[in-house]
Ligand binder design. Sequence first.
Ligand code: HEM
Length: 140
Amino acid sequence: MGADDKVLGYDEVSLHNTSKDCWVIINAKAYDVTNFLDDHPGGGDVLLEAAGKDASEEFENAGHGSAARLMLDEYFVGEIDPSTKPSPKPAATAHLLSKEPKDDNAKSSGLLVKLLQFLLILGLAAGIHFFTKSSSKFEL
Ligand code: HEM
């Protein structure tokens, strides 16, 4: 048993979000970087911005080398239970989804209007054609 066996939730990590108590999640593992804030070559502010949150993407995007990855062990606090991941995205996705059909409806009703306009013009053209044909018959 030891720190390695700890399984933490996202909610638990989110409580450690200050410069005096700063944890981050990187690739499903929690790290206490409070004592690393002043020494981080990328600056303490980026760590503070990620405090209490999942910073996996930011960590990977910063292009950390093997030295940084080896340092991770030093700050490890526990594994993260992935099922505790908060999902603010569904609301955003739902918003997008509710918009998409609206866009589709707008598109199809636009097409319908165009089709009706086309049929109207076709009808008018046919009408004019028959009218001129029949009036030329009278002239003869
Ligand atoms: C315990 C976690 C972390 C450790 C041990 C760590 C360690 C390091 C180390 C050693 C470097 C120097 C370059 C290298 O060797 O790769 C570095 C650079 C950097 N780190 Fe981190 N880092 C951690 C977390 C983060 C996080 C969460 C972010 C972003 C939110 C971040 C952003 C950066 C950036 C932007 C640099 C580049 C600085 C530059 O090139 O000017 N780091 N980090």
